[in-house]
Design a protein. Structure first.
Length: 408
């Protein structure tokens, strides 16, 4: 048990943050959630809501207390704006670790309009910078565990196995070959992904100049919804996004199958992505907290993903399992038609992660959750309403075979 250790979870009301807060609390950490509830406000803006009926944060915490006897505290503040409150909270709690989920995380939402681009940059970059600056000003030796993304590496074909953050390169220095290690070149594919590559530069600087101990977790697309702890009581249920901006691909396909909407493959479904189940997300974060970098060590980077899949193969799998129709839509995104993706994830494996692989059982479990709440699904919100450029048409019909590529 970790009874004396405080942990602050920034963004602890969100999809990954809520089940992580419960896991850390059950492991004995004294958890304080910091969240400005902006994600719930974005639901209102988008005219949509979580497929699962999530309760208020106050009610969630109350039921957790009743179920387990453990207290989770909640502080409503905006980490991108309320700098002094954040700094004072760090001084007061002297946390062993801060887990940083508190960013605008949807690539489509970040591409919606100039307003959304600017909001995403302001929120994510100011938020991350405030966290780092507040840690230094507080004088507390906090281990910062940040949720980054596999998307910082880009989604072209790298032609090699993607390393964990750092790349070994050979450089010619005055006629002699030298082997050096550099941060992997950033390759963002959206404004949102760009903020994650900028975060990485902030980490690099604050680690080098101020010795802040940082773990950056390059996470793949998360799927699933329940964890051991969220299943303990209906009020602890996790949020479940399915609409065009926040719904991620595999969860979307599973909901679409459950509500009788065709599976929405963009382009020819040739993108290969890294995936992780939400239950492994919470395990990885716990492992990251218990394995901090040493004082003076550079930013520690883990690839937090357990397997890779091509989008059209996932659609075929879901269709096979559920008989859902598959349709191809003009891709609203500017991304490669096809890419190969091979990744390393040795660090978490060495720390004892026992990966949950895609299986019919787990896919079926998500379909069951989606079917249970299908009446809450707004069918109008399934097709995408954001696009990477204004010359990309919105395709409301789709077709039974891949469409002609719109982008060169
Ligand atoms: P989410 O939107 O469900 O949760 C983010 C939480 O942070 C929300 O509760 C929101 O209200 C809060 N928040 C945002 N800005 C804030 C601010 N300025 N001050 C205080 N609170 C703020 O997102 P998620 O899916 O839980 O993702 C969490 C993190 O993990 C993100 O940083 C995301 O980039 C990363 N990630 C997510 C996925 C995924 O598939 N969901 C995959 C890879 C990485
Ligand atoms: N896609 C479809 N049909 C859909 C939805 C998506 O074909 O209905 C395709 C997209 O074109 C894309 C792929 O599926 O090629 C993945 O899209 P996604 O929305 O599941 O994932 P992405 O936009 O990359 O973002 C999500 C999270 C983000 C996180 C990222 C991890 O929202 O926070 O950083 O996954 S990663 O993809 O590894 O960068």
């Amino acid at each position: 048990m970790n009874d004396s250790a405080n942990v602050i979870v920034l963004g602890g009301d969100g999809f990954c943050g809520w089940p992580t807060s419960l896991r850390l609390s059950s492991e004995g950490y004294n958890v304080t959630i910091v969240d400005n509830l902006s994600r719930r406000k974005i639901d209102v803006e988008l005219g949509c809501r979580s497929l699962t009926p999530i309760e208020t944060i106050e009610r969630r915490i109350q039921v957790w207390q009743e179920q387990t006897g453990r207290t989770i505290n909640f502080v409503n503040l905006n980490i991108a704006e309320d700098y002094h409150q954040l700094r004072d909270l760090i001084v007061e709690l002297q946390p062993q670790a801060m887990v940083h989920f508190a960013e605008q995380r949807a690539a489509p939402y970040s591409m919606k309009s100039p307003k959304h681009k600017r909001y995403t940059v302001d929120n994510n970059i100011n938020g991350t910078h405030n966290v780092l600056c507040a840690i230094v000003e507080s004088g507390v030796d906090v281990h910062l565990v940040h949720l980054g993304t596999m998307g910082v590496y880009g989604y072209g074909t790298a032609g090699m196995t993607i390393p964990e953050g750092y790349l070994n390169v050979k450089v010619d220095i005055e006629g002699t070959d030298h082997q050096i290690e550099i941060p992997y070149p950033p390759h963002p594919g959206s404004i949102y992904h760009m903020t994650k590559t900028l975060d990485a530069l902030l980490f690099y600087y604050y680690n080098k100049n101020d010795g802040v101990r940082i773990t950056d977790l390059h996470q793949g697309v998360v799927w699933g919804t329940n964890t051991e702890e969220t299943l303990m009581h209906p009020t602890l249920i996790n949020r479940f996004d399915y609409e065009g901006d926040y719904g991620t691909v595999l969860n979307r396909f599973l909901v679409q199958a459950a509500v009788g909407h065709p599976l929405t493959i963009y382009g020819q479904g040739g993108q290969t992505r890294a995936f992780i189940h939400i239950r492994d997300t919470v395990c990885c974060i716990s492992l990251a907290i218990t394995n901090p970098p040493a004082k003076g060590e550079r930013v520690q980077i883990f690839n937090q993903a357990t397997e890779t899949h091509r989008v059209r193969d996932l659609a075929a799998l879901v269709s096979q399992l559920t008989d859902a129709e598959v349709r191809y839509y003009v891709n609203p995104r500017n991304e490669a038609l096809e890419n190969e993706l091979v990744i390393r994830n040795d660090k978490f494996m060495r720390l004892g992660l026992n990966p949950i692989r895609l299986s019919e059982g787990l896919l079926g479990e998500v379909v069951d959750v989606a079917a249970k709440y299908r009446d809450r699904c707004n069918m109008e919100k399934i097709l995408p309403s954001s696009r990477w450029r204004e010359d990309i048409p919105f395709d409301r019909e789709g077709s039974s075979a891949p469409q002609q590529a719109v982008l060169a």
